[in-house]
Ligand binder design. Structure first.
Ligand code: ZN
Length: 391
């Protein structure tokens, strides 16, 4: 029998409700929440008076192998596996101690992040629960081709997907458009035609895997939406002029109708766009207002690992995300907890302070439902019941 630990007298936000449940207690046993009530008992009782409990945060888009201190893919690729591994271990620990108890890794070249996932799952390393995509499916010479997932047609793409399956991935990533990160690829242009995109997504789904689609340009967004991916990453609506001029209400309606989640990767660094003449901010806010009016659902994500985007900074990103996307404080908190869990297929696993969910729990001082800043310095963090920060 493992010990039942009761965390008492905390103000609880369950990850879903518009307001706090009130002051109460949570019992944890075997890594899971086994009771949420007024005054539950345990073999060990901790008094959490004065603290607020929220679910562990979830980042829907990170790259564990990437060092945010490096500027180019060439520099990233020059890092030895040993150094990558050391960096990943540090980043994983930094993330979970910052309250990020789950993250979805959307691409690497050598499946090192899958070894990291497994060693964290085994309790050998400290870090968030990871879902990993392995090598993204991309066109020949396309976005992040250097990670090894090139395919020139649906047949070769099936081979790429099957190789990811052999390495034990949790989902498939497809580069539906080019990206900023890769010379010679165009963020505006689709990398596969609509039929190929659908065939690739169908093969992944028939293999039991969800698909996350990297999409900047509108054409690629449209392909991904009609192919029925689980999440659309970035969703930048890049039009023919190379700017964010390509918003298409019909595509947005399809995203909404199919229940596809959009993961806009707005990180803390976006606060730089709030300075200056304000035009970019107004443009982005306008697009988000239209997406939300169309019923498109959003999850929090940072693309951590790209230059200057640190893995532990999801909490810092949330106020910026809320500002651009026009979300209330509680809405943006849901986007990083229960909604994000739903988008990642983890509805029954994490994202809530509720019975039978993992004990992914963050205790903070202050009032996170009115001040997101308090999430930047958690007092105590439990990841699957294990204390990774705090007394
Ligand atoms: Zn990414």
């Amino acid at each position: 029998m493992s010990a039942r630990i009761a965390y008492r007298n905390a103000r609880i936000w369950d990850g879903v409700a518009d307001d706090y449940l009130g002051v109460g207690s949570v019992a944890v046993e075997d890594g899971h929440i086994v009771a949420v009530d007024e005054n539950t008992d345990g073999d060990d009782v901790r008094d959490m008076s004065g603290l607020t409990l929220v679910p562990g945060l979830i980042d829907a888009h990170v790259h564990m192998t990437l060092d945010p201190g490096l500027r180019t893919p060439e520099e990233q690729l020059a890092v030895t596996d040993e150094e990558v591994w050391r960096g990943m271990v540090e980043r994983a620990e930094g993330m979970v101690r910052a309250g990020i108890t789950t993250a979805r890794d959307l691409g690497g070249g050598k499946w090192l992040e899958i070894d990291l996932r497994d060693r964290i799952d085994a309790g050998e390393l400290t870090g968030p629960r990871l879902l990993c995509a392995g090598q993204p499916v991309t066109s020949v010479g396309g976005h992040c081709h250097f990670w090894g997932g090139e395919a020139d047609d649906p047949d070769t793409a099936r081979g790429v997907i099957d190789r990811q399956l052999e390495h034990g991935v949790d989902l498939i990533k497809i580069m539906a458009t080019g990206g900023m990160f890769t010379k010679g690829s165009s963020p505006r242009k689709a990398q596969f035609d609509a039929d190929s995109t659908s065939a690739i997504v169908r093969h992944a789904r028939e293999s039991g895997l969800d698909v996350a689609a990297h999409c900047h340009g509108t054409e690629g967004i449209a392909h991904a939406a009609s192919a029925g991916v689980a999440t659309i990453e970035h969703c930048s609506w890049i039009g023919d002029d190379g700017r964010r001029s390509g918003y298409d209400p019909e595509v947005a309606a399809e995203i909404s109708r199919r229940g596809i989640w959009v993961s806009p990767t707005i990180n803390a660094g976006w606060s730089r766009f709030t300075r200056g003449d304000g035009k970019f901010e107004e443009l982005v806010k306008g697009i988000f207002a239209r997406m939300r009016a169309a019923g498109v659902r959003l999850v929090a994500s940072t693309d951590a690992g790209i230059p200057n985007v640190r893995h532990q900074d999801l909490a810092k990103a949330l106020p910026v995300f809320a500002r651009f996307a026009g979300l209330t404080t509680v809405e943006v908190l849901r986007s990083a907890t229960s909604d994000c869990a739903n988008a990642l297929g983890l509805r029954e696993v994490t994202g809530r302070i509720a019975e039978n969910h993992a004990a992914d729990m963050v205790f903070v001082e202050g009032d996170p439902l009115t001040d997101l800043g308090v999430l930047e310095s958690p007092v105590m963090v439990l990841a699957r019941g294990r204390k990774v920060k705090g007394e």
